[in-house]
Unconditional design. Structure first.
Length: 193
């Protein structure tokens, strides 16, 4: 792992634990065991660090989604696998995307907002593409609108992660997540009248 990658990983840990207010150059330097000026050799600002975290999540999360989407399995099985993977990934990361989303909503960091918007749009496009392919194969009802169904899918994930984050990680969401996905699956199989 390069020093730059180590700094990003450390930032993700700090951010997940204490949010943007805990993400200080001193806190990062202490954990990585470098000087504060050394951080600036890799990142020009706090905003650049937050963007690097979003880009890391973007790469990790969506490369796995692409891997699952490329498998020869049934569309609904792909979506179930993505649903489960997303929840486990973000539980492991302490639902960091919620903190990053909050940062992009409430602070004037245009780059943070732009990269978070790109992450959400890229994810939505991938889910929509999986649904469109599923409709073509007859594995998803033709009555399903891929655009709306992708929002339903991602919105359910976001809500489950919000519950997890607000409970301080104490709320077990895995069991309810299976039930939520069963409902999503029934909508995708039967469509909306």
């Amino acid at each position: 792992m390069t020093r730059k990658e180590e700094i990003v990983r450390t930032c993700m840990d700090i951010f997940a634990e204490s949010g943007a207010q805990g993400l200080t150059m001193k806190a990062i330097a202490d954990r990585v065991n470098i000087t504060e000026p050394a951080i600036y050799r890799h990142f020009a600002s706090k905003q650049a660090l937050i963007v690097a975290m979003i880009r890391q999540i973007h790469e990790e999360l969506l490369s796995r989604v692409d891997d699952i989407a490329g498998r020869p399995s049934n569309t609904l099985e792909k979506l179930r696998t993505i649903f489960g993977y997303h929840l486990s990934y973000l539980k492991e990361r302490k639902a960091i995307t919620l903190e990053l989303l909050s940062e992009s909503f409430f602070h004037a960091y245009p780059d943070v907002r732009r990269y978070m918007f790109a992450l959400l749009n890229d994810y939505h496009r991938r889910i929509r593409g999986i649904l469109e392919a599923g409709i073509e194969k007859g594995e998803v009802s033709r009555r399903v609108r891929p655009e709306a169904a992708a929002i339903l899918f991602l919105g359910a994930l976001q809500h489950l992660l919000t519950i997890f984050k607000l409970s301080g990680g104490k709320e077990e969401i895995t069991l309810v997540a299976e039930d939520v996905f069963r409902h999503i699956k029934s909508v995708l199989e039967g469509g909306i009248e």
